[in-house]
Design a binder for this molecule. Structure first.
Ligand SMILES: [Zn+2]
Ligand SMILES: [Zn+2]
Length: 202
């Protein structure tokens, strides 16, 4: 036990602790900002769908699940086939939203993803659909933000409050809507988000 007390008293340990505290405080601040911008993102998407297809911004849909809005294609990283059947599309089949909304929200999410281009390396191919629940897109903008997380493992992170620092930075970087809130040009190889994400990996 006394060994641990010595470790805790060491200046290096205390510096490490301060750094961790600093990161938590930064995360809390960023989270507030991301929450607000995510609402803005949803409003912008709805305005765009209204402009393109005349769907009123007050219309909502909670009837389309994620498999309903995605075509059956392993590129979406959700589809996997067993005995010739897709397990992901087993219950909910691809279809057009009766409110003409969910498929359009899906397209708008894709076109704002920094790595939507299929020529990019495999690990960077557009939204991570496995994290989201499309039936909640109109009610919880966070479900849209989750499409911009970089990897799966966030499926059960249903509330903004549960997202970690890495996840929050990934949302800000992967979703191009956030660019207008940055001074840094996020299209450059070296940018503030990349620096933070690399630091996390060390
Ligand atoms: Zn499928
Ligand atoms: Zn729908």
């Amino acid at each position: 036990m006394s060994d641990y007390i010595d470790i805790i008293r060491k200046p290096e340990t205390q510096n490490w602790f301060k750094a961790a505290m600093g990161m938590n405080i930064t995360r809390d601040c960023l989270l507030d900002i991301v929450k607000e911008i995510t609402h803005e993102l949803y409003n912008t998407i709805r305005k765009e769908i209204n402009r393109k297809h005349g769907v009123p911004e007050i219309d909502v849909c909670s009837q389309c699940y994620t498999p309903n809005v995605l075509t059956c294609d392993t590129d979406n990283k959700c589809c996997h086939y067993k005995n010739g059947r897709c397990a992901f599309h087993d219950i909910y089949k691809p279809r057009n939203c009766s409110a003409n909304l969910c498929n359009e929200i899906c397209k708008e999410i894709v076109c704002r993803h920094r790595f939507r281009n299929r020529s990019k390396p495999k690990s960077f191919q557009g939204p991570t659909w496995v994290n989201t629940d499309a039936s909640k897109w109109c009610a919880e903008p966070w479900q849209i933000a989750k499409c911009y997380l970089s990897k799966d493992g966030y499926k059960d992170v249903n509330k903004e409050e549960e997202a970690d620092f890495n996840g929050i930075v990934n949302i800000m970087y992967n979703c191009e809507f956030f660019q207008m809130y940055f001074k840094d040009d996020l299209t450059q190889k070296e940018n503030v988000c990349i620096k933070v994400l690399l630091l996390q990996k060390v």
